[in-house]
Design a protein around this ligand. Structure first.
Ligand SMILES: NC(=O)C1=CN([C@@H]2O[C@H](COP(=O)(O)OP(=O)(O)OC[C@H]3O[C@@H](n4cnc5c(N)ncnc54)[C@H](O)[C@@H]3O)[C@@H](O)[C@H]2O)C=CC1
Ligand SMILES: O=C(O)CCC(=O)C(=O)O
Length: 529
């Protein structure tokens, strides 16, 4: 039974979802803060469910010998080393929509708070002062809100702000003109946004491009009295530059939920006039936490139990509905990759995968990942379908995928061609109605073979007497033949034999086979069945 660790505070519903789906679960919500303890125990688990306190660092991942999936109950995955997880074949998934409304509402709440200085006015009033003239605010109606990053959360903020009668402008290189119209926003360039906005709200991830997107230079181009809201990620705004701009009066206020260093026990913005801060509360509503907890548990359990993949950041999705239909093709892809990989001895330069017929309509991205993992496995023991595309890329192997409708007799087939420094070698297979994968062609030679755990692959000169000699040798070596498949192009050409053996084939037997008259190549191949 798969076992999951929840190492951050997650709604208890997640525990129930895991249990209902047949996954064992340990709920240790404080463990995420104790990185040494996490490293000590992580090796026992197949899944790790987290929020933001747990840092799935390189060290944690290196110790995670059984880990298959990390699930983030939330959106940002900057607390997960995705590259290292991918290299170890661990899927990283998030819940991209479960807390978007809640976070957008927090941004709107922060905009009001900074427009009307509500926190400071509250503190003053409850302290018994009645400082009515001190807390003069501004209306937001008819003001311009500049949104940087107009994805899920930015888009919700935009529609709420339009409802509040604001003029909304947005900078987002991936925002299509159609979506901008749908949201009621004007798409603008960043420099234009800085010049025109009365309020600026950030909603991008933190990347090399977005780090300090609000810099000292950017602030200098803004309107005097601008107010800045950050409920996305610390580091999007240069906090020192903003602090100076608040002190000088250039910026009239800032509302921050996220900080460059978290937990933010101290920060250059703290205590400045009209700065409103919350401790990364954007996603903290009961509704959002229930949503993300249920969603992450369902996604992780679906993967661990059925192989369905959703919202993975390092792997194509496989829906629960398509997983059963895809399963025989996953097996075929694995067998083709493994077959070709085990026969490849010289430097691999390129991999071509052709999908024809029914299979071309399926999730070929996932199948391609499986093929790649099969090909690379003889070289890289730890590779799997998650890590294979990155590992192939790292090694400069080009991947070409083509898909077409049925043209020949087979309702579906997959042909894999490996391009090495010396040659091109191809192998093709199909899945019949019985859901069993079959090899149908090797190096252009037709045959129909099912692969078992131990296979003997032989290329030989097609001359009389060879099969007899081989049979005798296998018999005297006490190797029982389970199935025997032969193929050749024309009489007298090279022929191929693919033989299933009950038991493993030693190097000594392979050497004896190689010594038989007419043998060009002999190899013992192993498959997972
Ligand atoms: N404060 C909190 O508790 C929470 C914070 N967040 C954070 O909010 C942010 C936004 O989340 P979502 O809207 O769900 O993400 P999303 O992926 O739906 O949207 C992000 C948008 O940023 C845009 N973008 C990327 N690079 C850009 C650039 N250089 N300039 C301008 N736009 C750029 C993308 O095109 C995309 O449309 C994330 O950083 C996420 O981690 C999310 C949930 C809760
Ligand atoms: O889990 C949380 O409280 C933080 C949520 C968040 O920052 C995110 O989903 O990106």
């Amino acid at each position: 039974m798969a076992k999951v660790l929840i190492s951050d505070k997650l709604s208890p519903t997640a525990v129930q979802v895991f249990k209902d789906k047949g996954v064992e679960v340990d709920y240790l919500p404080d463990l995420g803060k104790d990185k040494d303890k996490l490293i000590e125990v992580i090796g026992q688990y197949d899944g790790l469910a987290i929020r933001s306190a747990t840092k799935a660092t390189e060290k944690v991942i290196a110790a995670a010998d059984n880990l298959k999936v990390i699930g983030r109950a939330g959106i940002g995955v900057d607390n997960v080393d995705i590259e290292k997880a991918t290299q170890r074949g661990i899927i990283v998934m998030n819940t991209p929509f479960g807390n978007s409304i809640t976070t957008a509402e927090h941004a709107i709440a922060m905009m009001f708070a900074v427009a009307r200085q509500i926190p400071a006015a509250d503190a003053s009033t409850q302290a018994g002062k009645w400082e009515k003239s001190k807390f003069m605010g501004v209306e937001i109606t008819s003001k311009t809100l500049g949104i940087i990053g107009c994805g899920n959360i930015g888009g919700i903020v935009a529609t709420r702000a339009v409802g509040l009668k604001m003029k909304v402008i947005a900078f987002d290189p991936f925002l299509s003109p159609e979506r901008a119209v749908e949201l009621g926003v004007e798409k603008v360039e960043l420099a234009d946004l800085f010049k025109r906005a009365d309020f600026i709200s950030l909603h991008t991830p933190l990347t090399d491009k977005t780090r300090n997107i609000v810099s000292a230079d950017a602030i200098a181009t803004m309107k005097d009295g601008v107010r800045i809201i950050n409920c996305a990620r610390g580091g999007l705004v240069d906090e020192d530059a903003l602090a100076e701009a608040i002190k000088s009066g250039k910026v009239a206020g800032a509302a921050f939920d996220v900080f460059t260093n978290e937990p933010a026990k101290e920060n250059v913005l703290f205590g400045l006039p009209n700065v409103v801060c919350t401790p990364h509360l954007g996603a903290s509503t009961s509704e959002a936490q229930e949503n993300v907890a249920i969603q992450v548990a369902e996604q992780m359990a679906d993967y661990l139990v059925n192989g369905a993949v959703s919202n993975a950041l390092n792997m194509p999705s496989i829906t629960a509905e398509e997983a059963p239909r895809l399963t025989p093709f996953v097996k075929l892809s694995d067998q083709l990759g493994s077959f070709a990989g085990q026969l490849t001895e010289s430097g691999l330069k390129g991999i071509r995968i052709e999908y024809e017929g029914d299979v071309a309509e399926m999730n070929t991205r996932a199948l391609t990942s499986v093929v790649l993992a099969g090909v690379l496995k003889p070289l890289l023991q730890t590779v799997n379908m998650v890590s294979a595309p990155a590992m192939a890329k790292e090694r400069g192997i080009t991947i070409e995928e083509t898909r077409r409708e049925q043209q020949g007799n087979y309702e579906n087939y997959i042909r894999l061609t490996l391009v090495t420094e010396r040659q091109e070698r191809s192998v093709a297979g199909t899945v019949f109605g019985d859901a069993k994968p079959r090899i149908i062609q090797i190096k252009g030679i037709n045959m129909e073979a099912e692969l078992g755990e131990n296979m003997l692959y032989i290329t030989n000169k097609d001359k009389p007497g060879f099969i007899g000699r081989l049979g005798t040798l296998l018999g005297t070596s006490e190797l029982n033949i389970a199935t025997f498949n032969l193929g050749r192009k024309q009489a007298g050409d090279d022929a191929i034999a693919l033989i299933e053996i009950d038991g493993s084939i030693s190097d000594a037997v392979i050497a004896e086979i190689e010594a038989l008259e007419g043998v060009v190549q002999a190899k013992a191949l192993k498959f997972s069945v």
